[in-house]
Design a protein around this ligand. Structure first.
Ligand SMILES: [Fe+2]
Length: 342
């Protein structure tokens, strides 16, 4: 029973012997079969390629000097086109260095002729073991990549749910967070910031007003001018958002971006009056996007003022309230790249 299991396992491994000497082909074929491998034979490189076109081969063991196509050319083609390891056999040890055969030709190992059957089986098993480890590593990496992708999707869905939670209570700003996230992302791309940072901006933008959940709904939707006390309550939303998000282990500084989105370059913002030196570039981008979207859109206490007015406001406060580079790129998006809120 044990023998059958072993045979079943090893028969899946396919070895191709390539040599113009029949006696060598025959003895290696026998050795492979005895070890339990599936085995094919070819008399030169061309015959070997015909077999490789039709069947998957794990390892090719090839001679160098052969008619029609030699072992070096065959090895180069195999390494270009197939997931097959190559062991080179040569009787001309002095003509080739280890570097030639392994580094330049891409072979996994080489053996001297005349070939000792025991030696070649040992070397073959080492090559097969390395193949298996490499394959397992690749599978583990792929699995990890898929897991990360799924986690990101789940995180994106969670963030969308959080965004909807606050927008349900505050219908006047429904869609605001999404539009801010879109503009902030476009600015980050225009500034050629790294993708990872841009992803963080998208996520933070989508929930930057989550803290409004702690502000009474009647204040959020009040049509008239807000009193100082009501304004004070609204201003608690960035700290409240930070408090909601701070313990979630995002791969981006989401809580901090949310906390800083109303800070201004000259320190006149809230909640901490931080200057541009102390805030993240993500926060500076979100600040500009937030203001542009808010001015351009309808609010309970005023009609929409339009995009021209919004761009005028950020231009006139560029360098004092808003980061100049961020403003410049935002203006470029609207004036030259045809960006528009959908
Ligand atoms: Fe806000």
């Amino acid at each position: 029973m044990a023998w059958t299991d072993t045979k079943t396992h090893t028969e899946q491994i396919h070895i191709l012997i390539v040599d113009d000497e029949k006696s060598i082909r025959d003895s290696l074929y026998e050795a492979m079969k005895l070890t339990g491998y599936q085995c094919s034979v070819a008399g030169n490189g061309r015959e070997a390629l015909t077999i490789l076109e039709k069947e998957f081969v794990d390892v090719a063991i090839t001679d160098i000097n052969m008619p029609l196509m030699d072992g070096i050319e065959l090895t180069k083609i195999i390494k270009e086109k197939y997931d097959t390891d190559v062991i080179i056999m040569t009787g001309f040890v002095n003509d080739f260095s280890y570097e030639d055969i392994i580094v330049d030709f891409g072979a996994s190992d080489f053996v001297h002729k005349p070939v000792g059957l025991k030696e070649i089986i040992i070397r073959l098993k080492r090559v097969l073991r390395e193949r298996r480890i490499l394959k397992e590593n690749r599978q583990a990496e792929e699995q990890l990549r898929l897991t990360m992708e799924n986690l990101q999707k789940a995180m994106g869905a969670t963030i969308q749910t959080l965004a909807l939670t606050v927008e349900t209570r505050d219908p006047y700003t429904a869609g605001h967070q999404k539009r801010v996230a879109t503009l902030a992302c476009a600015i980050a791309k225009e500034m050629v910031l790294p993708k990872d940072l841009t992803d963080g901006i998208r996520m933070a933008g989508a929930i930057h007003d989550i803290g409004k959940i702690s502000v009474p709904a009647e204040i959020l939707s009040k049509p008239g001018k807000l009193s100082d006390m009501e304004m004070g309550l609204i201003r608690t939303h960035s700290q409240a958002g930070y408090d909601i998000l701070k313990d979630i282990d995002f791969p981006w500084p989401i809580a901090r971006i949310v906390l800083e989105h109303h800070e201004r370059m000259d320190g006149s913002g809230y909640p901490d009056g931080l200057t541009g030196r102390d805030t993240l570039i993500e926060s500076k981008i979100l600040a500009v996007s937030d203001v542009v979207e808010a001015i351009a859109s309808h609010r309970p206490y005023r009609p929409a003022l339009g995009i021209d007015k919004a761009l005028e406001v950020i231009s006139s406060s560029s360098g004092t309230l808003y980061d100049t580079n961020v403003v410049e790129n935002c203006l470029k998006l609207f004036h030259q790249k045809g960006f528009n809120f959908i």
